[in-house]
Write a protein that binds this ligand. Sequence first.
Ligand code: NAI
Ligand code: MG
Length: 362
Amino acid sequence: KTLKIGLLPADGIGREVIPAAQRVLESLSSGPKFEFVHLDAGFEHFQKTGTALPQETIDHLKNECNGALFGAVSSPSHKVAGYSSPIVALRKHLDLYANVRPVSSVKSASTPNQKELDMLIIRENTECLYIKSERQEVDPKTGLKVAWADRKISEYASKRVGAMAFNMALTRESLRQQKPESERFWKHKPRVTIVHKSNVLSVTDGLWRETVRGVKEQNAEKYAGVDMEEQLVDSMVYRMFREPEAFDVVVAPNLYGDIISDGAAALVGSLGVVPSANVGDNFVMGEPVHGSAPDIAGKNIANPVAAIRSAALLLEHLGYTKEALQVYGAVDKVLSEATILTPDLGGKSTTSEVTEAVLKNL
Ligand code: NAI
Ligand code: MG
């Protein structure tokens, strides 16, 4: 079978790490063949052409591609007329309602103090504060500005991402069962942790909590093998830093999930190693969790691991688990040997050298 994969490197180090991921996919000896389609998107494209996400890109993805890999986009912190983030728009156009972010540690001699963890963060990807319904007014009493943002939590979106969390907990467990017991990191019953702040936001987070809990309660038999627990988002952060080994699958509304997963990245050494996949019922797009990293762009020192793992995650979600495991294994070997690492992990090697090392292991 030939898979048609859209490649959207977009901005900054996206242009360095996506080609690395492409090379890894091309070098797989088994599994599907690949046909890559190079597509435009990003802030630099916007500056050149006035559009950040050409209609042609959307059409290609929708009508021709089996999946895609996205690099990173530079979004300015101030408002730029006519610009809005293409990644947010793509998630919407393709209905990629869950952002799936596995964060796991790799043992190595160079990081003896690193905490051990193997968690999967599932971030709701379509609503919460990121619906970007904001406005500003002047408070007539004080004459000073007031800014407002709406936050949307729907039963529909909470339910489908909740179901994904419980399903992924079962999938992870079945993959673990294929490993010898000594190699399994998680030794408990699969667990889904629901993150919220419904003690304060009882209407929005209350609906989120109730709906995700309902997924298990209404499918008691199907999910009997999965434990469910809850964590308030602030104590989630605290516990995650103190005992990250206590988490298996974590499901969170958009904003909390965004923040928690960058925090989790710090626990495994660098944003440069954490992958994600934007998943919908009909499409999947791999995407490293990191941004365009303008501070290191163009120097061939960006860590390609997050992008390479995102390509593996893409394969996994397209049903090619065996090939995905090969890629994870090849990457883990490079990380555990710890001789060829980019500067973010304390090494001196380049993007190309790390990529070569992964290819050699494959
Ligand atoms: P960032 O993730 O680009 O960088 C944060 C820090 O991590 C920087 O010091 C960077 O050098 C380092 N870093 C990130 N990825 C790395 C890699 N692969 N290898 C080595 N070091 C790496 O986040 P920042 O600086 O907050 O944002 C920069 C730009 O990226 C902004 O325009 C922001 O809007 C955008 N961004 C885009 C995202 C996306 O495309 N989904 C996500 C986050 C930020
Ligand atoms: Mg983020």
